[in-house]
Design a protein around this ligand. Structure first.
Ligand SMILES: [Zn+2]
Length: 244
């Protein structure tokens, strides 16, 4: 699997960057994970919107879905110009029926339900889900392809269930929205100690920190995670590519 970071900022994007969005590729299949603010713009540094084979949404907070509408516009305009009949599946949960319905747009995109306890087969990826601890329903995801495993925590406060969910994963892509001296629980987010604890106890092979805060020096997060976890840790950033 190859992961490309399209956007890594929590809440809203920094100047000339994007909030949450990742491109996961395997065997020629391209899956867009979350589609936050400015993701459509930054995505085009790597692929055309029409080259995406599927999209999956962790939850319906704006910093994860802001660009769904413009993605749909891009596909519609391509279809009008080229005559393409391609329909993009957008996977999401159905615990918010109104938001799930917006994943379907005319004949250009089709909302597809996923749920915890049931694996989804999306192209070459086998995807399973874990409900997170967040103010709105949100799901962490486990992507498996080619014998490798990538875990995306999505948005969540700390919960022990991440340790089993992420056990021995090749890559942990974890939100890290707060510094060690801050308590993220009320906001439904993790601090660097939470992430380091999960990474160590789950014995993951490497960790990438994302959903980053706009305040202070984010390099501090890496140092703080390393107090708890001995494996490699780095910050997500626009254009970062990792082969898993
Ligand atoms: Zn959120």
């Amino acid at each position: 699997m190859q992961l490309t970071v399209i956007g890594c900022w929590g809440a809203y994007p920094k100047v000339n960057e994007a909030s949450t969005g990742y491109l996961l590729e395997y065997d020629g299949f391209r899956l867009l994970i979350d589609c936050g603010s400015a993701v459509l713009s930054k995505l085009q540094q790597f692929v055309k919107p029409t080259m995406i084979d599927a999209c999956i949404i962790s939850h319906y907070h704006t910093d994860h879905i802001a660009d769904i509408g413009v993605l749909q516009h891009a596909l519609m305009i391509d279809s009008i110009i080229t005559g393409s009949e391609k329909q993009l599946p957008i996977y999401g949960h159905t615990l918010d029926a109104g938001e799930f319905a917006k994943l379907t747009y005319k004949q250009y995109t089709q909302g597809v339900a996923y749920s915890e306890g049931r694996e989804s087969n999306i192209g070459p990826f086998t995807v399973s889900f874990l409900r997170t601890n967040h103010p709105v329903p949100c799901y962490a995801m486990r992507f498996e392809a080619g014998g490798k495993v990538l875990i995306f925590t999505a948005d969540s406060a700390y919960q022990d269930s991440f340790i089993r969910f992420a056990k021995d994963a090749d890559l942990l892509l974890s939100e890290c929205n707060f510094y060690e001296d801050m308590d993220g629980e009320n906001a439904g987010h993790m601090n660097s100690r939470d992430v380091g604890t999960i990474a160590k106890k789950a014995n993951v092979k490497q960790t990438v920190l994302t959903h980053l805060p706009q305040f202070r020096d984010v390099e501090t997060l890496v140092k703080e995670v390393k107090k708890y976890y001995n494996g490699p840790v780095q910050l997500a950033k626009l254009g970062l590519q990792i082969d898993v």
